[in-house]
Design a protein around this ligand. Structure first.
Ligand code: AHR
Length: 506
């Protein structure tokens, strides 16, 4: 199948925030405990209990931010339980995720140390569902207030003199569900009330993110947008929140109880997953359209702070731990999402994959027995796409409709691509979702000459292929020679179910 497209390399689109490549770590299954944090007596390399091989692998991705402590867990989390001497921290039950005991050994100081090791900005989700305004307000004071104050003194007594810089602040999570089962109207009021008392101390300026819609619930977004700018009190800087979120998961199965296996799927299921993944375009377009009505100047940010595949857990694992493997199919789900994110970079300010280690569409899987670390196919997409972070998005125009195939009642466009420019280099990302037919692209590069092409490909013999501790590199990027440029035309051959990145000097 031949595809013809045009990229004007000198026509600037919006900046692609590096925060579109953000992450998420919840107290859920083995994400925090066993994933990021192994405790001080662990047999794997660690710094004060934080797993260093995980940190090093994530640093290769330039991970820009990390959302914590949930998810649903955030609305049950009481931050004061997670500070001070570890053996005095109270134990709680993690009622959302497996009903296991949470010993609070990974708390505020441990999370901030993790962010410092990663070089990532913290994104803290505060507790609206079961917390209080005072509790949230004091957490902000504890983290960010310099000088003398009750919470700053408490922080210092716990060993940290300097305040931490914290910008991203979530006002609860999924308030329509696990975050309190609220109506949009009620939550909008709560978000403004909580947001009002989350203060800016010194130079620290919070960027407050209201808990947004589930998938296509555009009415939720509309309600939050109606409330976003009407505080009417001139000496209060904040209107309550600067951004609102949305969550969208790629689900394949017909019901929530039958999500399908992460590794054992047929071609039909593969295509259904791709249809669900591609729907992110419609979802973001819908929320962006509502936001444009109320905020044409785009001062309110849209944050997709949970996205990714959600399959049945691996056989024999705790159903509440959401541990799933990750295949070529997941890699293509990720690459399609990134193409869409780049197109919405004018409104979308952040996105966080769920979740970084050992939960749902993870970057990294750790073996609970041997401690081995595996980089997933999704990890490699994040790595291959690193160059888009903080780059200028470039518009891609296609001359004829892109190839597609019918999947049930839906039409799946099987070629996806996006491009950006940064530091004198062009980066083009291309995916072929078709499991049967290769695709050949001719891209007319206008407005600049591209040289010194470098290309990588991520694919494998079957969409079900994945990496394990025994075979960690089944799906791994390899140098690719199926690209060429001549007379301003970039030619790319895309094998079946493959992801390719092409970069060159401009
Ligand atoms: O990522 C797993 C869960 O999915 C999160 O805790 C919740 O916010 C969402 O429903």
């Amino acid at each position: 199948m031949n595809v013809e497209a045009v990229i004007n390399v000198d026509l600037d689109g919006p900046r692609i925030s590096r925060h579109l490549y953000g992450h998420f770590a919840e107290h859920l299954g083995r994400c925090v405990y066993g994933g990021f944090y192994v405790g001080e007596d662990a047999g794997v390399r660690h710094a004060d209990g934080i797993r260093l091989d995980v940190v090093e692998a994530l640093r290769e991705l330039n991970i820009p931010n990390l959302r914590w402590p949930g998810g649903c867990f955030a609305d049950e989390y009481h931050w004061r339980d997670g500070i001070g001497p570890k053996d005095e921290r109270p134990v709680m039950v993690n009622t959302h995720w497996g009903g296991v005991e949470e010993n609070n050994h990974f708390g505020t100081h441990e999370f901030m140390a993790l962010c410092e090791l990663l070089g990532a900005e913290p994104y803290i989700s505060g507790n609206v569902g079961s917390g209080t305004v005072r509790e949230m307000s004091e957490w902000v004071e504890y983290l960010t207030r310099d000088g003398d104050s009750p919470m700053a003194r408490l922080r210092k007594a716990n060993g940290r003199d300097e305040p931490w810089p914290v910008r991203f602040w979530g006002l609860g999570n999924e308030a329509w569900g696990c975050g309190g089962n609220m109506t949009a109207e009620h939550y909008a009021q709560e978000a403004r009330r909580y947001g009002t008392y989350c203060r800016d101390y010194g130079d620290n300026k919070l960027y407050k993110i209201a808990a947004g819609a589930n998938s296509a619930d555009y009415a939720w977004t509309e309600t939050l947008m109606k409330q976003v700018g009407h505080l009417g009190c001139r000496h209060v800087r904040s209107t309550g929140y600067e951004a609102l979120s949305v969550h969208y998961y790629t689900l394949t199965g017909p019901t929530w109880e039958e999500k399908g296996s992460a590794t054992d799927f047929d071609t039909d299921e593969y295509y259904r997953t791709m249809v669900a993944a591609a729907r992110i375009e419609e979802i973001l377009a819908g929320h962006a359209a509502v936001m444009d009505c109320y905020d044409p100047g785009r001062s309110v940010g849209l944050v997709l702070d949970e996205w990714g595949t959600w399959f049945d857990v691996e056989p024999g694992t705790n159903p509440g731990f959401l541990y799933q493997q990750n295949t070529v199919r997941d890699a293509l789900v990720a690459s399609v999402h990134f193409d869409v994110f780049h197109r919405f970079a004018g409104r979308l300010v952040m996105a966080n994959i769920a979740q970084t280690v050992n939960v749902l569409q993870a970057m990294l899987l750790t073996d609970p027995q041997t401690g081995a670390l595996v980089r997933t196919p999704t990890y490699h997409v994040f790595r291959m796409n690193r160059g888009h972070q903080d780059a200028t998005a470039l518009r891609v125009d296609v001359r004829a409709p892109l190839p597609s195939r019918r999947v049930g009642d839906a039409t799946l466009t099987t070629v996806s691509l996006s491009a950006s420019r940064k530091d004198g280099r062009l980066l083009v990302s291309l995916s072929n979702l078709d499991a049967v037919s290769a695709a050949d692209l001719e891209i007319d590069l206008r407005g600049g000459v591209v040289g010194g092409l470098e290309a990588q490909i991520l694919t494998s013999g079957a969409p079900t292929d994945h990496n394990t501790p025994e075979s960690p590199s089944v799906v791994t990027p390899r140098p690719y020679d199926g690209v060429s440029v001549a007379g301003g035309t970039l030619r790319v051959h895309l094998p079946v179910h493959s992801f390719v990145t092409v970069s060159g000097a401009l």
